[in-house]
Write a protein that binds this ligand. Sequence first.
Ligand SMILES: *Cc1c(COP(=O)(O)O)cnc(C)c1O
Length: 395
Amino acid sequence: MFVYADNAATTKMRPSALEAYVKTAETFFGNPSSLHTAGQRAQEELTRCREEVAAVLGCTPREILFTSGGSESDNQAILSAARAGARKGKKKIVSTAIEHHAVLHTLKKLEGEGFNVVLLPVGTDGIVRTEDAEREIDENCCLVSVMLANNEIGTIQPVEEIGAICRGRGVPFHTDAVQAVGHLPVDVKKLNCDYLALSAHKFGGPRGVGALYVRTGAPIYNLIEGGAQERGKRAGTENLPAIAAMTAALREAVSDLPAYMERVSALRDELIANLKRIPHCALNGDPVKRLCGNVSFCFEGIEGESLLLLLDEKGICASSGSACTSGSLDPSHVLLAIGRVHDVAHGSLRLTLGEDTTEEEIRYLSEEVPKVVEYLRNMSPVWRDLKEGKRQYIL
Ligand SMILES: *Cc1c(COP(=O)(O)O)cnc(C)c1O
């Protein structure tokens, strides 16, 4: 059996998105900036896509910039607010300890330029406390950035509430909604945000395309200089086939969101209940306030890497945390932030379900994961020490 359970890393393209990609490349091949008919037809198609994406997010088409994906959108949002803040002498930025590296590494760079970056902690449930945000957000802030849903442990953050605090205090607010868009309802007005980042490949669209919502009046700083595309805010000939494919994927993803969420969260809860029977394990993140497809566990006495390799041999594609941290030996910053100690954080497993996940696949995962965990524990000297009482169990 082959089970793809790494939908937080990337999703398989939806057939509707693939079809839109090919059709657009064939039909609207002109450069949208060209004045001739082929160019104008491409321009019209681009406008149609922008209108559709804007309608889904609840904003105007002028507030949507098409980008190369989530990382670029996060970078542009953060640098836009930071550059504008620096001009007014405001150099404080509030964010969280569990952001994606596209946010954290951009903030690190700004710290090197003299910005004061405050990362809010999260509880053991993986959720930021609104009171902590309220205490830190003040008149010196040029930006607050809080992700809508976490990519490793799936927890959903109180973005609406934190956005309202920012709005009340006149502080620009960015949310990385890359894991949320297409998986839960997202409305920029309701979230009180000034910037919102999304990425097509997390909801069945192609890689290398995304969007940034920029509220009218919010500052924009260009990452890429060149032609006048995207109202002069993001140069480069528009990747129209990818934009059309993203739009088609988004349309399909949001067409019946409540039914998708209900179906996938039932599968998620079944898998969580089954894996919880494994001794000395713990679910990472709040059991309820989490993405409908996210299952994240820590198993004591094993190495996440070995677990992934053995699962792969059984046809199961999983992850130990984020695709971006794998390859490094450091444990995930998200797992450390929820209070997992190094050894436990190393024994993590993330299974992320998607549109196509079936009941049969859940049964297969529920049978195979416990077997592999047991197999690895039987070979582990750490596990033997735990069993013989020479070491204390943490979980
Ligand atoms: C995947 C992801 C990103 C990066 O998006 P890309 O399109 O791959 O650049 C940013 N933030 C979060 C939360 C993500 O899951």
